[in-house]
Design a protein around this ligand. Sequence first.
Ligand code: SF4
Length: 450
Amino acid sequence: MRPAHPSFPPGAARSEDRVTMGVSLPILALELPGQQYSCHACGDCCRDFTVQLRDEDIERLDRQGWASELGGAPWVEFRGSRFLRQRPDGACIFLQDDGLCRIHARHGLQHKPVACRSFPLSVMPTADGPQQGLNFACRSVQRNLGAPLGTHLPDLRRIAEDAPETIGQARVVALLPGRPGSPLELRALAGVLDQWMGRDGLPIATRIDGLAWIAQALRHAKLASVKDDRFLELITTIIATLEGELEADPVVPATERQERMLRQAIFMRTEDPRLDRMKSDGFLRTAWRQWRRQRAFLKGSGTVPELRGFASGVRFQTAELIPNPLHDAAEGHDEPIDDLVSRWVRARLRGARTWGAGYYGFSAVEGLSALCVDVASAAYLARVHAAGRDASADRVMLADMAAAVARIDRTAGRAPWLATSGERLRLSYLALDDGLRRTCALHACGVEWT
Ligand code: SF4
């Protein structure tokens, strides 16, 4: 959420705080110990995001009378939806030089579009009630700066009261495609995975490897008759024995095909639609540009296609010489990377952004696979960022990993092209032949390459 002033007043919230809504719905606080956030008005989200508007947002903007000042409506229509207009550099038309929002400055926080008021926080409907979530595309979230997360619950309540459809009705979430999950099973799965990710004594590479191992194992498990308490028993046993399983079955290098699939997944996760450019270029030129970018990622040779504001002119081979930051961190070089990745993954698991309404209605196992691919994508992109920062870089720094996590998390659950059957198919292919584990460990030190 973006307050008028960077120093958001902290309240006396506890992690178990619940805010009662007008219709007696509580908002469940995100349980992520030690995580904080306040907006520090860096303006990153106003430069990076394409903001979709609701009808009520459009009506409010129209009432504010911006058209004459901006030389036209402050929104554009594209393929049946309406979005905040962007400047030629892609930033929001309302972003001021001081990093603040012009709507906010003139009319106050309540008068901004709902998406702008809530970012980087979110509310997702779950069977247990609306759940507070958190997006790691925000710099303050990554740096863990600000007030305890619970202090933002009153703001989320106000947003939900203004826009009740943002809370919606919780739908049944599948555990696996075709196998509905009960609230108990989904809660238990998120809980044990979160506990696993919170095991500080284990290197982050091992924790991510375990996550991928579980995603693959559950995908192939016969769960038709393993329900509720028996499912709970099963996943508790898996977690208890997981460390031994990983040791007994060490990850091996990814195949060329798996590497190609990962780069394809990265292309999908870094697509950056610029509405003004797409409108002026038209469908054919846009499709041609996308096809060329996609082809470059699939080939994985030559120069990495331009990633706006991220890195340019980096060659795939140069980036791939830099070790995988998850494994580099595992060797004790860089604990902050370990901490950032751990908080990010736990926020996705605990904040209802891994499956169900927070992730395209995916089943738990598909969503967990997508989360593993997100982590693998961020680890790869961090190397691209490092190579772009310094052509002779031999390792990823925290700033590289932070930039990569931001780039990946900004599309997670938001980009319609990640909700397709093609993406689901890619996730199931990647889960074959240990592919999730192997791509998460791509180019790691300590893995013997053939
Ligand atoms: S990215 Fe975060 S800190 Fe920066 S303006 Fe947006 S909400 Fe505020």
